[in-house]
Write a protein that binds this ligand. Sequence first.
Ligand code: SAM
Length: 279
Amino acid sequence: MANLELHAGLYIVATPIGNLSDISPRAAATIEAADLLLVEDSRVTGKLLGHLGLKKPMRPYHDHSKDSDREAILSQLSDKVVVLVSDAGTPLISDPGYKLVHEARARGLHVGAVPGPSAPTMALTLSGLPTDRFLFAGFIPNKDKARADLFEEFRGLRATLVFFETGPRLAKSLAAAAEVLGNRPAAVARELTKMFEEVATGTLTELTERYAETPPKGEIVLVIGPPGEADAPSEEDVDAAIDAALAEMSASRAAKDVAARFGLKKNDVYARVQERMKR
Ligand code: SAM
């Protein structure tokens, strides 16, 4: 490993999501240069250190850590190299770190990052679904209403959707997504970079059937394609939404809200709003 001369500060270092060989030379050198590692679970990071042949002081860090713990860490950033890692992948992506980075930046402290593996982007690139616009929304909630509300929120969004899910809940989420979003193309990316890596593609309904009987094992990312032309909202739906919005807000606000909800151009919706107002 090359010796790195690092400026004191906080370093966000991505680690493998399964295959330890995915640790980058710069990630390894940054960990080697660290005075302190902030970790989720010292047993998990301990295995990575063993793989690298390193021993380092570790301190647990979570976003729900006490303010006094965060202060103690922040006070070290002006003269120590402090490296933040998570159990797997890129820290802060559904993992701890946001509050710490926010505070470090607010105080003008140095923040650097070593990019690397992350399950959502790997799943997206493998999915065969459009990658030009995507929205990552973390874990799908487990309660029926919260799950349906989440999909409803994204129904009109012209973007590929990326979520984390677990095996036992997958079929239920796929069925709920099909009901709210329509039968879109999707991909289930499982155990990425590991021995049983698998990417299953099909419509939401096909994938629901595939996993209903036998829930898959391991770690999962669910990728759902954007709405197709066939999913375009009917004129009646748009008009009804405009009328409801106009009862509560200005014409321009109504056009903005309805355009966002259905993934339409604001100018087109505004023209329709003007028409509805004449009635
Ligand atoms: N920060 C991590 C990253 O950048 O990939 C994500 C952490 S999040 C707490 C953990 C979730 O990521 C898992 O429950 C799973 O949905 C997904 N995940 C992590 N590793 C994965 C893998 N090897 N294959 C598929 N999904 C994975």
